[in-house]
Structures are given as structure tokens and as C-alpha cells.
Design a protein around this ligand. Structure first.
Ligand code: 5GP
Length: 200
């Protein structure tokens, strides 16, 4: 049976990646596979090619755009492209994996539009801009200028929350994790019933 899509979008620093990594690591029964995006930004910290992202040069990225290899792509920050490779997702879904996307808001809504009922779009909302600033500074992986760019963008991005299927407020990480888990379990269970009923 073909898999489903779980889309996670959020303003940067909302804890989205922490929740996504926790789900893939701690919940093998959900049969999740992480959608590895391509990006033209350089690796941060311990990030590795083919694990967190496929790291491409801007030229390589643009070549793949021309070759129509992306399901969607965005220039998320100036000259920093991010995109979802068609071939990778199709193969995972065919193999019955539930594909988990950690993706920006616009990309998330595009993937939701593409997959419709086969996808659940989840918005992880940080408690507020001040808290977000603290987290980005604490993470210490971005320059002051990059932090200001991410914060400016975050305020704008919050306005898209209502377009998602569900909103999880990440005020307390443990509560947010458990709410996310319950929501996903319900979606996978309900949609499995749907597919079993109609795939005879
Ligand atoms: P970061 O540089 O912090 O890893 O990611 C920056 C932003 O790009 C995040 O909001 C992340 O979710 C988003 N992003 C990652 N992969 C993709 C993708 O394949 N497509 C789009 N549109 N955005 C992505």
C-alpha cells in the first residue's frame, strides 16, 4: 500500500526540526522516512550530504530546476535555494513509507495542494517573537544578520498558520511532541481505513 505525507512547516526556530527528528528516531512503528531536500546553502555544524540535505552548488541546483527534477522549490533566503526532489519522494511512497517533510511554509502548502487528502499539513507555532529570538541566539548557528532576517520572516509566516490542517503550539516541548504524535496516529489510522475501503 502506498504511503502518506506528513508536512511540518513553521517559522524558523519553532522547534519543528526537534519534533520531526524525535518522531523519526523514537517511533519506528509509524514507518516514517524523512524527505531529504536539496539546498544550495553550505552545511552547518555536523550536517552531512545525504543525511540532513543534499548540498548542491547554486549552479547544480539551477540545473535541476531546468531539468524539472523538483516537486517544489523556493529561494528561502537570498541565493539560498531549497527544494524537494520528485524522484526521491515517489520512490519512498511507492515503497509504502510515510514521508515526513520539514519544509518552509510556502513549500509545505504547495506539497499539501499536490497530495491533497493523502497529506496532513502541520504548523508548529512558537510561543512568540521574543522567545523565538532567545532560541535562535541560544542555538548560536547563525550570524546576527541572519537571525534578524529569520525573525522578520517569522512574523510574516505566522499569518499562514490557519491554512494548515492543524496547528501545534510549541510552548512546552513534551506537550507539543505528544500532541503531534496523537494527531499523526489518528491521521494514519483514519486514512488507512479510507484506503482499505476504497482500494478493493
Ligand atoms: P535551514 O537553513 O534552517 O535548514 O532551513 C531553512 C528553511 O528552509 C526552513 O524553513 C526549512 O524548513 C526550509 N526547507 C527545507 N527544505 C525545504 C524544501 O525542500 N523546500 C522548501 N520550500 N523549503 C525547505
Amino acid at each position: 500500500m502506498a504511503g502518506k505525507c506528513l508536512i511540518f512547516s513553521a517559522p524558523s526556530g519553532s522547534g519543528k526540526s526537534t519534533i520531526v527528528q524525535w518522531l523519526t528516531r523514537e517511533h519506528p512503528e509509524l514507518n516514517l522516512a524523512f524527505s531529504i531536500s536539496a539546498t544550495s546553502r553550505p552545511p552547518r555544524g555536523t550536517e552531512q550530504h545525504g543525511i540532513e540535505y543534499f548540498f548542491l552548488t547554486p549552479e547544480e541546483f539551477k540545473q535541476k530546476i531546468n531539468d524539472n527534477e523538483f516537486l517544489e522549490y523556493e529561494e528561502v533566503y537570498t541565493n539560498r535555494y531549497y527544494g524537494t526532489l520528485k524522484g526521491q519522494i515517489e520512490e519512498l511512497l511507492r515503497n509504502g513509507k510515510n514521508v515526513i517533510f520539514d519544509i518552509d511554509i510556502k513549500g509545505g502548502l504547495n506539497i499539501k495542494k499536490y497530495f491533497g487528502e493523502r497529506a496532513l499539513a502541520i504548523f508548529i507555532q512558537p510561543p512568540g517573537v521574543d522567545e523565538l529570538r532567545k532560541r535562535l541566539v541560544g542555538r548560536a548557528t547563525d550570524s546576527q544578520e541572519q537571525i534578524e532576517e529569520r525573525l522578520g520572516k517569522a512574523e510574516y509566516e505566522m499569518s499562514f498558520a490557519s491554512q494548515f490542517d492543524t496547528i501545534i503550539i510549541n510552548d512546552d516541548l513534551d506537550i507539543a511532541k505528544s500532541e503531534t504524535l496523537t494527531t499523526i496516529q489518528k491521521f494514519l489510522k483514519d486514512s488507512n481505513t479510507f484506503w482499505q475501503q476504497y482500494s478493493v
